[in-house]
Write a protein that binds this ligand. Structure first.
Ligand code: UD1
Length: 420
């Protein structure tokens, strides 16, 4: 396992380009199970999570190869409806093969993914959705076993206690593409990744309307065909670099970014005092004179994303006063508090909120990355801290940030990897 060593306090400046979206790529890869024809995907980020998804698809009967930056997905022999525990347990995103396998093969056996450090992460909405489409679902030996002759279109409400589900919406939307008749998903997730998936499915011949809104309407078709599609930029990676620029008080130019997808962040940063100038698919970040404390609450899109909560907390450790962060999407997603405190931050948790007393200098320390976005927050803190920070379990970072070391080095960071 690798650890990252950062020598903090180096001035950062320059340009960075954003990779393709991880959270769009995972369900789009799963969607290729809906056809026997070849699909080509462009701008797929080379990440641990995409490699895991590729492995899973190969185990389900696909043949996949890279041709420079294109990913080519072909069918190879008889498809297999069993998504094995070993692969699914390493990445929750694997749950989105349930809908495509079920609707295409009439059967899916998908391991229950289990929880993770950011919370319990149930899959009741995924099951509710496929049952509403007429599938018979059993849970046996840790697997969801779903069967159907052909799914039937229906109207289904997919809101849960914490709002809509991103991958739940993706799963049911994919399942409905080959169902008989019309499906209406109410309280659908509006995240841009759901929109990206729907656009890809429409390129494959699906008939989907309303993506990006809380009501998605799908007219089922008999068959989907291959497609050639370019994945959109990763808004969470983009937001992470914007927040890093703010934290390091640096001038960054960030390219291949769709800043419209980060309106909640833009709004908050304008109150924090950070100036972000957007122009087509690039932004310029200018540092704040004083980082003002601004409290936030995370919400489903278009609200402030939970996937930027840890990175925003890192920024607030430098603010001139107290701020409060509440996560309504994953109320237990606060593992980074203890590690940031090891670096000199003063943060305490009260129920579903974190209270950050900003303005205390960060200093380097050995820390452990607990999950993907927490790792990003620790890297950001390490880059601005005085002295050396050693981050262990950085494989979490490699799940979601393509070429992160190279990108940071190009901005002037002193960062290296060593075997633990
Ligand atoms: C996706 C993202 C993840 C992001 C999350 C929320 C991918 C691969 N992952 O995860 O990075 O943090 O959206 O934006 O795209 N819930 C239920 N029942 C369910 C499903 C979810 O109650 O069946 C709850 C969850 O516990 C959570 C909330 O709904 O409180 C949102 O979760 P969800 O949108 O499903 O997250 P994912 O799609 O797994």
């Amino acid at each position: 396992m690798d650890k990252i060593i950062i020598e903090g306090g180096k001035p950062l400046k320059g340009e960075v380009s954003i990779s393709g979206s991880k959270n769009a790529t995972l369900p789009i890869l799963a969607a290729t199970l809906l056809t026997d024809e070849t699909c080509i995907l462009r701008n797929v980020p080379k990440l641990l999570d995409t490699h895991t998804m590729i492995k899973l698809l190969k185990s389900l009967g696909k043949d996949i190869e890279w041709d420079k930056d294109k990913l080519i997905i072909m069918s190879a022999g008889k498809p297999n409806p069993v998504a094995d525990y070993k692969l699914v347990s390493t990445m929750r995103g694997s749950i989105c093969v349930l809908g495509p396998l079920l609707t295409k093969l009439g059967e899916a056996r998908v391991s229950l993914p289990g929880g993770c450090v950011i919370g319990v992460r149930p899959v009741d909405l995924h099951i509710k959705g496929v049952e509403a489409l007429g599938a018979k679902v059993d849970i046996e030996a840790g697997y969801i076993i779903a069967r159907t002759k052909r799914l039937k279109g229906t109207r289904v409400y997919l809101g849960g206690a914490s709002g809509p589900s991103v991958l739940g919406t993706a799963n049911i939307m994919m399942a409905a593409t080959l169902a008989e008749g019309e499906t209406v998903i109410e309280c659908a997730a509006c995240e841009p990744e759901v929109e990206d998936l729907a656009n890809f499915l429409n390129e494959m011949g699906a008939r989907i309307k309303g993506q990006g809104s809380p009501r998605i309407i799908i007219q089922g078709v008999r068959k989907l065909h291959g497609a050639d599609y370019k994945i959109s930029p990763d808004r969470i990676e983009a937001g992470t670099f914007v927040l890093l620029a703010a934290m390091a008080r640096s001038h960054f130019v960030i390219r291949d970014i769709d800043y419209h997808q980060l309106m909640a962040l833009e709004d908050v940063l304008s109150k924090v005092g950070v100036h972000v100038e957007a122009d087509k698919n690039m932004v310029r970040v200018k540092p704040a004179k004083v980082i003002k404390p601004v409290s936030i609450t995370t919400y489903p899109f278009p609200g402030f994303p939970t996937d930027l909560q840890a990175q925003y907390m890192a920024l607030m450790t430098l603010a001139d006063g107290v701020s409060v962060i509440r996560d309504t999407v994953f109320p237990d997603r606060f593992m980074h508090i203890a590690e940031l405190n090891r670096m000199g931050a003063r943060i305490r948790r009260e129920g579903g909120s974190a209270i950050i007393e900003g303005g205390h200098e960060l200093c380097g320390a050995p820390v452990i990355a607990s999950d993907l976005r927490a790792s990003a927050a620790l890297v950001m803190a390490g880059l601005v801290a005085r002295g050396k920070t050693e981050i262990r379990r950085v494989y979490h970072l490699d799940r979601g940030y393509e070429n992160i070391d190279k990108k940071l080095m190009a901005l002037g960071a002193s960062i290296k990897r060593e075997k633990e």
